[in-house]
Design a protein around this ligand. Sequence first.
Ligand code: IMP
Length: 432
Amino acid sequence: MPGIVVVGTQWGDEGKGKVVDLLTEKADMAVRYQGGANAGHTVIADGREFILHIVPSGILHDGVQCVIGNGVVVDPVVLLEEIDSLEAKGVDTDGRILISDRANVIFSYHKLMDKALERMRGKGKIGTTGRGIGTAYVDKTARVGVRMADFVDERSFPEKLEINLREKNGFLADAGRTLSLSDVYERYKPLADRLRPMVMDTTHVVNRALDGGMTVLFEGAQGTMLDIDYGTYPYVTSSHPISGGVCVGAGVPPRRIDCVVGVVKAYTTRVGDGPFPTEQDNEVGEKLRNAGPIGEYGRTTGRPRRCGWLDAVVLRYAAMLNGLDYLAVMRLDILDDFEVIPICTGYRYNGSVLESFPALLRVVQECEPVYEEMPGWRESTARARKLEDLPKNARAYLDRISELVGVPIAMVSVGPSRAQTLILTDVMEQLR
Ligand code: IMP
């Protein structure tokens, strides 16, 4: 013990990478439990920027063991590129990355199919990252996926690949491109050879670590509103970013989760299509997108993110679904130059105010956000290091968020570097 989960409370890109990086300073193990290389966790460490797509951000702390759990879909090309790039920057990854033998593998055909399906959807596209995430999870659920155990097994891999390619080439022929078994096999076989020493039954590793009193940090990717069941379906990803996803995605019993930290961006962003009630598709959104040292552009695809005000309906929903113990409020500095900062407290629909997030997308699209206006602070927060350093109105904004969501704030971020973090509660100390 303890097991700590870091989850995104909005549509992803909340700043989970930084929170995980700070918390792993006192952790022994970092575990990814869902998603794949659609994620892009940015961590600024020792003045250098690292963008991690699949390796847990814990890798940047010496001695922390990193696990890619069974709930993740693993692209061997991206994973090995990431390992090589970490090594080139002087990060020792040797023996520190363990991959679940039950994790499904993403191949080139998953990416081709992801992109072809998006083209076929036309205006109804989801706006996926094109990383083959959804198509790999489809194979998993359809029970034809190639798992890591198969991938690194010399007999199983060609057999499974052959079955898959026969099936996929039917579809790819329509999209104008088929793949040959020998080409795919020859391309991926050396990657399987490199990954083989890292592949094992990670459920034992993670549970043994928890049994042995180690601190294990479960690192969520994407966010609650992109969860396949609870998000704005079908404009979601194909996995469970919520805290419950840890149990199935890493093989950990629910009782082993001791603390859940919800990461909240001080406003809201979304990348890709789908409803976004507090979106500001105007100069306010543009200002939010370009304020601060790192603009709101996707780390995986480079797409401009859609920006809008904070939505407490979303946050309350996330608090309930994830069982949040603490909030980490990120990018507060982006709001430094606004006269008034609205917070959405409910959705007006058909004459009444909805306080919970509706399932029917038509309702989400038609509802009108009810805003409460908070006064801005019009001064830089970037140099604040403790709560008292923040302007009064910034503190009032944080208090209001905590009150509306019903969850205390443990951490506030006012810039990308590790130093630009205000620790209100030391989560790790609380758990000791
Ligand atoms: P997919 O996960 O690539 O299938 O994309 C499905 C939806 O999730 C799209 O709207 C993506 O933009 C969104 N998405 C996937 N990963 C991330 C992420 O890490 N941050 C933000 N949005 C994401």
